[in-house]
Design a protein around this ligand. Structure first.
Ligand code: ARG
Ligand code: ASP
Length: 723
């Protein structure tokens, strides 16, 4: 019963808290009116909270969507045209590419609707409405319950609510916890499934600077691509069909040619994926000192091997471009994150927060009884949790990342179906395999595998080794060292696993029936046995332990969050990012990366030309772009004779915000968000207003590329351009 009191205390607190004033924060659209709008208007915003999020009339939220599984996009015409980042459309662009049609290198421009390319599996998801369902979800939940009991009730309520909300409609319903389960929101969503590729600049524009410039400012990347949403004749979502027509939205963003000045208000409206702003010092210590260094080491080894092979062979470069970008992206982020955490003295800062919290808890009898145990318990949990967390990281980064392992896991899924295997299952696997082999180079995978199992063997911990590695110890007795032994294993693994060869796999799957000899053939391969062995290690030695601690941490985190909120009632808290629609707002701003250096808030085409280097793939400026630069042929898109490319501002963003609309004080699109500065990448754990900047593509550069570089003027014509 005390529990209920605290729940209502928390919700009352959430309802009554004051307004905010900070650049930090990813705010809930339906609560802007309550907490943020005054501050936003003070910072320059000219519109109302209802213009951003409304369920009664068209608002900005009707023009913003989840793009695919992890990015944001926005509508820029009344014919369903959307813009997102080049790196968000990358795998679609890549999957249409081959040596004959190398859209990655040369770009792609549909000059009519007919030329737009469908993308199987690609969807966009709009938010119809969100509702606070905390009361319903936590109804009947009391303090004295075990976590399992609590979870059961919550799951039951989630299922019931979802069922009720989806009855008689085609909406997708999601319910997600906020503030570590102290609050719950329900999201009603609409999913469109016929999304076609409309345009993409060459990588030398859309990915200019590649992974060298990634996470860096000053930046010169034209990171955008264009897609179009198609709907059925009634303007409703539908599977791909030739008969579908461009979707007619109720809201799209007008595009501004005005550009930005230092200090201008900016708003980023999108889907930030995950932040951890309320971690304790113990958690930050684990991430910074134990987890990140290992992650960085593992990915470094993958990157070295991939880049060597990609450099040697253009066909391999195409095959591995997308995979390389994925691996290197967070490798670099973690390096930046660790630098930032160290510079900020994040662990020490967290300790200070904990000290203050402890004082406040101890000053109140009720708080002391309820929250007094939290910090000592965190300390002891993290001591025990760390080796399992590390092993888990090794499992996902060094085992699961291997392409052969991923492919094996698909096959294992098929075998597990046993007699229930259907035609559809087999077709699915065939389709997966076609895609897999299109981009597979077995010798690259083998080199990576060798390196990864070596790292796993040496660093994941001796309690977490697969049985198959026993032979390594055995061979040691005959003076064969570990490296050689593991290499021998990898040679056998690739030599004797027939299905890693495309022809042999196709033979196998064409004749596949459950229980056949073929089935045994799979089970006898080293890759299958290794997979099986590793999964077994994961479930019996790693996951069972991390799960145990995660369960305890779920509860601790929930209480810790309550304690933070209840003992600091002057502060308005924002919930960690959880891939739900959020608003971040701030101002265009410069920053000082180091003493004596100030970075300008914008970059121009001049910088692209300065970086031109015909010997490096990512810096090879296309001849056409140089020509436009020479002639200063910028159309209406230049500012004082300069073509602006990117700008920075103090919006608090994270992964998932890529492709988000960056909006000016009047609600017009001024850019597309795509990255953060390296010095600010620790913002997922600790935001620093002095140092954290989001990087935005100036929308005028995108227009210039579409219009002047590609000549796809029909696209400009369908936009609403504001002078
Ligand atoms: N760092 C940006 C984000 O996290 C862009 C990543 C894509 N670009 C790249 N060069 N890998 O997603
Ligand atoms: N580049 C990121 C994304 O793809 C954005 C970020 O992490 O700032 O979402």
């Amino acid at each position: 019963m005390i529990k209920r009191k605290f729940i209502s205390l928390i919700s009352i607190f959430i309802l009554l808290a004051g307004t905010v004033s900070a650049h930090e924060g990813m705010w809930i659209p339906m609560l802007l009116k309550k907490y943020n709008i005054a501050d936003m208007q003070k910072k320059g915003f000219k519109l109302t909270a209802e213009d951003i999020y409304s369920i009664n009339h068209a608002s900005m939220k009707d023009a913003v969507m989840i793009f695919g599984g992890g990015c944001t996009a926005e509508l820029i015409s009344d014919r369903g045209l959307i813009i997102t980042n080049h790196h968000c459309g990358y795998s679609s662009i890549q999957s249409h590419s081959s040596l004959e049609h190398d859209y990655l290198t040369n770009g792609f421009w549909a000059m009519s609707d007919k030329e737009e390319l469908p993308n199987e599996g690609l969807t966009v998801t709009f938010l119809v409405k969100m509702e606070d369902v905390t009361e319903q979800i936590l109804n009947g939940v009391i303090d004295e319950m075990t976590e399992d009991e609590r979870k059961k009730i919550i799951e039951k309520h989630i299922d019931e609510l979802k069922k009720e909300a989806s009855e008689g409609n085609d909406y997708q319903i999601k319910i997600k916890p906020f503030f570590y389960g102290n609050q719950y929101f329900m999201f009603t969503e609409r999913v469109f499934k016929d999304i076609r590729l409309v345009g993409a600049p060459p990588s030398a524009i859309g990915k200019f600077g590649g992974d060298t410039d990634n996470w860096m400012w000053p930046r010169h990347t034209g990171d955008f691509s264009l897609f179009r949403i198609y709907a059925d004749k009634n303007n409703q979502p539908a599977e791909y069909s030739e008969d579908n027509v461009p979707y007619k939205p109720i809201k799209h963003f007008p595009v501004s040619l005005k550009g930005v000045k230092k200090g201008d208000f900016t708003l980023v409206f999108g889907y930030p994926g995950r932040t951890e702003e309320y971690l304790t010092s113990y958690a930050v210590d684990m991430i910074q000192n134990k987890i990140n260094p290992e992650r960085i080491k593992i990915r470094q080894s993958i990157i070295d091997i991939m880049s060597e092979d990609m450099e040697k062979d253009p066909a391999i470069r195409i095959k591995y471009a997308s995979k390389y970008a994925r691996v290197s992206n967070y490798w670099k982020k973690w390096i930046g994150e660790n630098n930032g955490l160290k510079r900020l003295n994040a662990i020490e800062k967290k300790r200070e927060i904990e000290k203050k919290l402890t004082e406040r808890i101890n000053a109140n009898k009720d708080f002391k009884a309820k929250y007094g145990h939290l910090l000592p318990e965190y300390k002891s949990i993290y001591e025990n949790y760390t080796p399992y967390k590390l092993a888990e990281e090794y499992f996902f980064e060094a085992v699961w990342r291997s392409e052969s392992v991923k492919f094996t896991s698909k096959l294992a899924g098929l075998l597990r179906k046993g007699d229930d295997v259907t035609e559809e299952d087999i077709n699915k696997i065939k389709k997966y395999a076609r895609k897999f082999f299109k981009d597979y180079n077995i010798s690259t995978d083998m080199k990576i595998f060798k390196s990864l199992i070596n790292l796993y063997y040496k660093n994941a911990g001796k309690d977490f080794q697969p049985k198959i590695f026993n032979f390594v110890n055995l061979l040691q007795k005959f003076n064969v060292n570990d490296d050689i032994a593991l290499n021998l294993f990898a040679d056998a693994y690739f030599g004797k696993t027939f299905y890693l060869n495309e022809d042999k796999f196709n033979d196998f799957i064409e004749n596949y029936t459950y229980g056949s000899e073929q089935d045994e053939k799979i089970k006898n391969t080293p890759a299958y046995n290794f997979f099986y062995d590793m999964v077994n290690v994961y479930y019996t030695k790693i996951h069972n332990n991390t799960e145990k601690y995660d369960n305890r941490l779920d509860k601790l985190n929930r209480l810790y969050m309550q304690a933070l909120m209840l003992t600091d009632t002057n502060k308005v808290f924002y919930p960690d990012a959880n891939f739900t629609l959020r608003v971040a707002y701030g101002n265009v701003d410069t920053y000082e990366p180091k003493d004596g250096v100030e970075y300008e808030y914008y970059t121009t085409l001049k910088g692209v030309i300065e970086k031109d280097n015909p010997d490096i793939y990512d810096y090879k400026v296309p001849a056409r772009l140089k020509e436009l630069y020479e002639k200063k042929d910028y159309g209406p898109y230049a500012e004082n004779g300069k073509m602006h490319v990117c700008f920075i501002a103090s919006n608090h963003t994270t992964g998932g915000n890529s492709g988000s609309p960056v909006i000016n004080a009047n609600g017009e699109l001024i850019g597309v968000n795509f990255d953060r500065n390296w010095e600010g990448t620790m913002s997922d754990i600790m935001y620093d207003p002095e140092m954290c900047r989001n990087i935005t593509l100036d929308i005028r550069y995108a227009l210039f590329i579409i219009d002047k570089f590609a000549g796809d003027t029909r696209l400009i014509d369908e936009m609403t351009i504001v002078e």
